[in-house]
Structure formats: structure tokens, C-alpha cells
Write a protein of this length. Structure first.
Length: 302
């Protein structure tokens, strides 16, 4: 799905990535490990379209690409779930799930323009005293008004039915139940556990057509139980045929779900191994500095 050959990234005189060779295949979890400053974030930015690479060949589904924006990556099915999740804590679970991609009916709101004389519309969505007009332009459940008429905009024109809220709630509830999460989709997402929020973000990416799923430290700051919930979802995504790139600091978590392991060190590949070719001790040693720790131990006489 994704293949990098000799990819490098320069920020002015600083080279953040050095000749990276990497392949992320469908139906596999590729784990990228490394200490702070190893180049993991830069790698994500190139794949997600935030920053273009400086040199080398970056291919998606066999075609060479240089993304100009994240939208180009999304259009090819590359979805990134960042560590901070980019959710609105006080907004309901279902609203966060569909944020920016809401299901709607017919609506003329995009064509609404103010009267030419500069006056206020007859049925403005909110009156100056803060109350709502009788013909509010949208209702909470997306249905028509009680008298059977359709909502109208501020200029008296008939609108569609706005947000398809019931449908969105049902979709989100179904997607979460498929992951073993029985949560009220009307509760604020900030009241969910960290693991549940991560699963919502992953489910959202998969629902909207992700073929390549990039996960940035999804188990960071999570307890054992919540980490297990996220790792199960990662394994499920792999089994569904997605290509998964897992960025992590945890060799233990990587070995639980990973098929291919890359360790970055100062922007270069220090280890590239398949499952069965590397042990937990070797991954941990590479993460912790490898021979540098042995040298330090000798210096300290330990």
C-alpha cells in the first residue's frame, strides 16, 4: 500500500530523516519504534500529507506521490489518528464521530444571502432577546415542525430536513458495539475513557473509508485495560485487510500486534525485522540506545 525508498526530509540545514526504506502492506501492522527525536513524527507528516519529502521515492498503491495537503492523502484512503485525537470533549460522541462529515438532507442554507437593503431577516435563527423563532431552521431530531410544515430559513424560504441525527446516532452506536463498547452516544466524548476515545477515533477513520491507518502513540498514557481495548481494535483493523502503521514507544505492545518492526534512531533505520526475526529484548535494547547503554554502563562501573 505504502512504499518508501530512500526517503529523506530536510528542514533547512537539518536533516530529520535519512534515506528511509519502509513498506506498509495491507493486512499487516507495521510498527515504528524510536526514542524522542528519532523521526517518527516527521515520518507521519510525510505519509499524511502535512509535509512533502525532500528526496527519495514515496509510493501509494504503486504510484509515486508528493502530497501537497492532507486532503490528498485522505482522498487516497490514508487516515491518521493523532495522539491528541482532535476531539471536542464537551460534544456528544456521535457529533464527534461525524464532525465535518455530517449526514444531511436537502438544504438551501448555503445559498442564503442577506436582504439587499441590509435589514435583518424576518425569521432570523436567533432573536435579539436570545429566544428561538417559531420556525427555527433546524430541529434537534431533524424532523419537521409540529404542525407538519417544513422548517424555513430566515427569509421565509423552505428548507430541507437538516441533519439526519437519528441515522447518525444509530451508525455510531452500531460501530461502537462492533468493538465491544456499549456507550451512550449522546454523552460528551470527554466522559469516555482514554481507550474508548481512541477506539471512537479509529472506528471513525475506518467508517469513512480508510485503507491505510496511521496511529500515533494510541496507547500512550493509557492503563493496561484500556491499552488492551485499543490493541484489540488494531488487530481487528488488520484482520479486516487494512494496512496499519503503528507508532509506539512500547516494544511490548508492538510485539502483541505487529507483523513488521522498524526502529528509527536519529532519523535513520536502526532495525528492520519481520515477526519471528526479533525478540522483545532486542527491540527494547534498540529502543533504549543499544550499544550506547553498554558503553555508559561500563563508564559508570555497573
Amino acid at each position: 500500500m505504502i512504499e518508501m525508498t530512500g526517503v529523506s526530509k530536510d528542514y533547512g540545514p537539518v536533516r530529520a530523516l535519512h534515506d528511509i526504506d519502509l513498506r506498509v502492506a495491507a493486512g499487516e501492522v507495521t510498527c515504528v519504534l524510536g526514542d524522542n527525536g528519532a523521526g517518527k513524527s516527521t515520518l507521519i507528516k510525510i505519509m499524511s500529507g502535512l509535509h512533502p519529502h525532500t528526496s527519495g521515492d514515496f509510493r501509494v498503491a504503486g504510484e509515486s506521490r508528493v502530497f501537497a495537503s492532507p486532503r490528498e492523502a485522505l482522498a487516497l484512503g490514508i487516515a491518521t489518528v493523532y495522539q491528541d485525537l482532535a476531539v471536542v470533549p464537551l460534544m456528544e460522541v456521535w457529533r464527534n464521530f461525524f464532525l465535518g462529515a455530517e449526514l444531511t438532507g436537502r438544504s438551501d442554507r448555503r445559498n442564503v444571502s442577506p436582504p439587499r437593503d441590509g435589514s435583518s431577516p424576518r425569521n432570523a435563527s436567533f432573536l435579539r432577546d436570545g429566544s428561538s423563532p417559531r420556525n427555527a431552521s433546524s430541529l434537534r431530531d431533524g424532523s419537521s415542525l409540529r404542525d407538519g410544515s417544513s422548517p424555513r430559513d430566515g427569509f421565509g424560504r423552505r428548507l430541507g430536513f437538516g441533519l439526519r441525527i437519528r441515522e447518525m446516532r444509530g451508525i455510531v452506536a452500531r460501530e461502537l458495539r462492533s468493538m465491544g463498547i456499549d456507550a451512550d452516544v449522546d454523552r460528551p466524548i470527554g466522559t469516555l475513557s482514554g481507550g474508548q476515545r481512541q477506539c471512537v477515533a479509529i472506528a471513525r477513520a475506518v467508517y469513512f473509508g480508510a485503507r491505510i491507518l496511521i496511529l500515533d502513540e494510541p496507547t500512550a498514557a493509557l492503563g493496561v485495560k484500556q491499552s488492551a481495548l485499543v490493541l484489540r481494535r488494531i488487530a481487528a483493523a488488520r484482520d479486516e485487510g487494512l494496512a496499519v502503521l503503528l507508532i509506539t514507544h512500547s516494544p511490548q505492545h508492538a510485539l502483541l500486534v505487529g507483523d513488521h518492526f522498524i526502529v528509527l534512531k536519529l532519523g535513520a533505520v536502526a532495525l528492520d525485522a519481520r515477526r519471528g526475526e526479533v525478540t522483545l529484548e532486542e527491540l527494547t535494547a534498540q529502543m533504549a540506545g543499544g550499544s550506547e547503554l553498554d558503553t555508559l554502563s561500563a563508564e559508570l562501573g555497573r
